[in-house]
Design a protein around this ligand. Structure first.
Ligand code: GUN
Length: 282
């Protein structure tokens, strides 16, 4: 039997609809959530993500500003723009699309964004708040995964949850959110021994590796929930980290790529921006 396909597009549309409703309600108070998106350089994948974020802003009735800066922008120039945006009352959320060019220190940029406008939840203050379970903003991709699980009535409580990948953006915060929901969480990475055996114990398996077809059927327990966070290109086509067809026969639930976690990530960014606007103007 094939797995239930977890439809991130459908869930996203529903959540964005409820955000738009709330935004329309805020209009009466003279409040319109505002997001500034910064992109430095010409990375084609980043350009697509930024375009999708702008579109989502329109869909949710937000005010948005986009800053497309040239590759040779200096760190000082970028920090200057962030400082301006930190003080701009029309802007509730600031997002600098990563990666930035090599001559710019990524952590310095993350640290410069005001924690109250850090809708990515990458600032160390927000990371710390997530760790202690007292947060304003949730990291977008892990939050998108959690919302998908909730929509499909999948409760991590007491389940073996395995996260493959230990990035600051996905793997580490993903593990923390699953832990907050009482999952028994294991993080696997490139140095993990017996990776296949560990993954095959998972009731909920989250793949955030960045390699096409990394998760094969032999790594998946019969009936497991498999969440694919991967965004890879194979023969010019977007694909995830999971070998979809073979895992589809073994998993009980599976996210497609595209149309699974991707749209949820951007929707969670919208949710964080709305939350920021309410915090700033509430
Ligand atoms: N690059 C890849 N994913 C993300 C993300 O969620 N936020 C930002 N700012 N950059 C990214």
């Amino acid at each position: 039997m094939s797995a239930v396909r977890m439809d991130g597009k459908m869930v996203s549309a529903k959540v964005r609809g409820s955000i738009l409703e709330e935004v329309n309600g805020l209009k009466d108070k003279g409040v319109r959530p505002g997001l500034a998106v910064i992109i430095v350089g010409e990375d084609p994948a980043s350009k697509v993500y930024v375009r999708n974020k702008e579109r989502a802003c329109e869909e949710c009735g937000f005010y948005s500003e986009k800053y497309a800066l040239p590759e040779e922008t200096t760190q000082e120039e970028l920090l200057g723009l962030i400082d301006e945006l930190n003080h701009n009352p029309r802007i509730d959320g600031i997002l600098c699309q990563l990666p930035v060019p090599k001559h710019i220190n990524e952590q310095a940029i993350i640290d410069a964004i005001s924690p109250e406008k850090d809708v990515d939840a990458f600032h160390p203050i927000n990371v710390g708040k997530i760790m202690v379970g007292n947060f304003d903003f949730l990291p977008c991709t892990p939050a998108g995964v959690m919302q998908l699980l909730e929509e499909y009535d999948i409760d991590p409580n007491g389940k073996n949850c395995v996260v493959i990948g230990r990035s600051n953006i996905v793997g580490k915060p993903m593990a923390m959110l699953l832990l907050h929901k009482n999952g028994t969480v294991t993080i696997c990475h490139s140095r993990t021994k017996n990776l296949k055996e560990v993954c095959a114990q998972a009731d909920i398996l989250v793949a955030a590796v960045g390699k096409a077809d990394f998760v094969t059927a032999d790594m998946v327990k019969e009936g497991a929930v498999v969440i694919d966070v991967g965004m890879n290109r194979k023969d010019g086509k977007l694909c995830g980290d999971v070998a979809f067809d073979e895992v589809n026969e073994k998993a009980s639930y599976l996210t497609p790529v595209p149309g699974g976690v991707g749209p949820m990530t951007i929707t969670m960014l919208m949710k964080n921006t709305l939350k920021a606007a309410k915090l700033h103007h509430g």
